[in-house]
Design a protein around this ligand. Structure first.
Ligand SMILES: *Cc1c(COP(=O)(O)O)cnc(C)c1O
Length: 335
């Protein structure tokens, strides 16, 4: 097998195996290994009809020492449990989650991109209601599965600022809704706004809070942050997904001597930031060069990534890949 590691897209590639386990009759079953990319789903499964589905995303890296590194996977396990509670699915116990990701990584070792390629192994855990219901109620049966796929770096042309469309025409989640859970329904709800942004030449949309249309909320499928006066600021909102990348950047910003704030960020404050960006597992940081609203009003931050964003990006990536020591206990070696 010859994979062109340096030119991998950020997309799906078939690997050798995936793993799955069912919650049936009140308990989780044994972990099954499959080489099929297909699953057999009941026509009345609640996931298909009523959106009982949640997922996670994380990456494994091969270090200079040839060891495989996983970044803060327990946080992903916890978050999937929170998502499960949020839409009344069975929670996947942390130990089941750990066994599944370890197994699928080890069984697909030949798909882990080599050190220095810029690529990584993307890990996608998925949990959904697989049991039938016709009335609206939670399923009695759940399927938890994990597949992996090697992915190239998010930015093929390097770490470059993107443009965001600040929208007042769309919401992704309601204030007391499911925005803080990593559920497929939020993504379905974001597709029209994302399509509009793409058609207009933007990387994605920046949402405002859906109640007052006054405060910065989620940034496409990522969290938003701004930097000014030596302070890292990220919006506080019940409809924002708690990003593990953002949480880690806050720690790294503090390590670098910045102050950090998680608070309401008014739209008008955008003009005062020195650097802004979006953060998440896929890209770590997408620096934002320009934000434009639907009336054409522009906020400009620069054609090059800001110095603090660049430092944060390099620092987090170095810890993830093992290039730098991990003083926080975030990285686990997959033995
Ligand atoms: C996954 C996700 C993020 C980023 O979370 P990470 O843990 O940093 O990958 C941000 N916003 C939304 C809506 C997400 O689904």
């Amino acid at each position: 097998m010859n994979i062109d590691w340096k030119n991998l897209p950020f997309g799906y590639m078939k690997t050798d195996y995936n793993v799955r386990t069912y919650f049936r009759d009140g308990k989780w079953g044994s972990l099954e290994v499959s080489s099929s990319e297909r699953i057999d789903v009941h026509i009345a499964a609640t996931s298909l009809h009523y959106g009982q589905e949640a997922f996670e995303g994380m990456k494994a890296f091969k270090g200079k020492d040839g060891k495989i590194r996983l970044f803060r996977w327990e946080e992903n396990a916890k978050r999937m449990q929170m998502s499960a509670r949020g839409i009344l699915m069975q929670e996947v116990p942390t130990e089941v989650f750990r066994k599944a990701i370890y197994k699928v990584i080890r069984m697909n070792e030949r798909f882990i991109p080599p050190y220095g390629s810029g690529a990584s192994l993307y890990i996608r855990p998925l949990l959904f209601g697989s049991g039938p219901q016709v009335g609206v109620k939670p399923a009695d049966e759940y399927l938890f599965m994990v597949f992996v796929t090697p992915v190239g770096p998010y930015f093929k042309e390097g770490f470059k600022p993107v443009k965001m469309l600040l929208t007042k025409e769309f919401d992704r989640a309601a204030p007391l809704g499911t925005g803080r859970f990593k559920v497929g329904g939020n993504y379905a709800a974001s597709l029209t706004s994302m399509k509009k942004a793409h058609e207009m030449g933007f990387a994605n949309v920046l949402y405002l809070d859906s109640k007052e249309k006054k405060y910065i909320d989620e940034c496409g499928p990522a969290n938003f942050f701004g930097i000014k006066n030596n302070t890292y600021i990220t919006p506080k909102s019940d409809s924002i997904l708690p990003s593990i990348t953002n949480m880690s950047l806050i720690t790294l910003a503090e390590e670098m001597g910045l102050k950090t704030e998680r608070r309401l960020v008014e739209e008008g404050e955008l003009a005062s930031f020195e650097e802004v960006g979006a953060c998440g597992t896929a890209a770590v940081i997408s620096p934002i060069g320009k934000i434009v609203d639907e009336t054409g009003k522009e906020f400009f931050y620069g054609d090059e990534p800001g110095t603090i964003s660049t430092k944060l990006y390099n620092r987090l990536l170095a810890i993830q890949t093992g290039d730098a020591a991990d003083p926080f206990g975030w990285v686990e070696i997959v033995e």
